[in-house]
Design a protein around this ligand. Structure first.
Ligand code: CDP
Length: 246
């Protein structure tokens, strides 16, 4: 019997399954400002050998571009111009730039992030990173505010990382104080609370935990303790041994 005849009978296609590329694992890490989500997401990615995307850096890059063009971070026209610039110059170096951590950029980032047009423009990049992460990796870890709810609602595992506001402010103050000696802890706390409020109450993709997210309160935990808890959760989930969301 010829191959053509076998194919007609569907024998060859059934006997020799075509190699499907393995689906990549997606881990979503969301949470409010300075909760430790970025540290956790980066460490999970390192531990599992997955690609990592700090989605907040995308909004920060847009905010920085708006400020550099003397634009208004709440005005759609100014911000979309900046989105265009960022999309055409998006590199890992830009996303890792320390300029993105400036307090004025933090403040502007939550303003640009409240604009639906901006979120739509950045959505495709985030989704395609999750689906096809760079490199020969088995998965991707994305951190942000709406990864588990909007960007990757089908993520394999979702974490929502929290910590008491005073603890979060202290952590952010420690990160910033050397470069911004005039900054006070009180100002950092006030900025952080204002940004949380804006992120939680905006109309599109407000920041809240997905129903199926594991909640991790990092207030009293070291970064390594948080990582161990998360990795334990990942292992249990993939062994199919739990659905006891914290
Ligand atoms: O590091 P921190 O938690 O302070 O902020 P970030 O994760 O770098 O995000 C900066 C700002 O981008 C946030 O205040 C949000 O307004 C916005 N953002 C967002 O809306 N959605 C995301 N997925 C990530 C960040």
């Amino acid at each position: 019997m010829s191959i053509a005849e076998l194919q007609k009978m569907d024998v060859v296609t059934k006997a020799v399954p075509t190699a499907q590329p393995l689906r990549k694992i997606v881990i979503a890490v969301d949470g409010p400002a300075a909760s430790g989500k970025g540290t956790l997401a980066r460490k999970i990615a390192e531990r599992l050998g997955y690609a990592y995307l700090d989605t907040g850096a995308l909004y920060r890059a847009v905010a920085l571009a708006v400020l550099e063009m003397n634009g208004d971070p709440s005005r759609v026209g100014d911000v979309m111009l900046a989105v265009d610039v960022v999309k055409r110059n998006l590199t890992l170096e830009l996303l890792a730039s320390s300029l993105l951590r400036r307090p004025d950029v933090s403040e502007a980032s939550s303003k640009v992030a409240a604009l639906p047009e901006v979120r739509t423009e950045l959505l495709e990049f985030q989704r395609s990173f999750a689906k096809n992460p760079p490199g020969e990796v088995g998965g991707a870890v994305l951190d942000g505010r709406d990864i588990g709810t909007v960007v990757c609602p089908d993520a394999d595992i979702k974490f929502f990382v929290t910590a008491k506001p005073e603890e979060r402010a202290q952590r952010r103050f420690n990160e910033l104080q050397w470069h911004h000696p005039l900054l006070t802890l009180e100002k950092v706390l006030a900025d952080l609370l204002q940004r949380d409020q804006r992120d939680k109450t905006r109309e599109v993709s407000p920041a809240y935990p997905a129903n199926d997210a594991y909640l991790l309160d990092t207030t009293k935990l070291s970064p390594d303790e948080v990582l161990d808890t998360a990795i334990y959760t990942v292992q249990k989930k993939f062994l199919g041994a739990t659905d006891d969301h914290a």
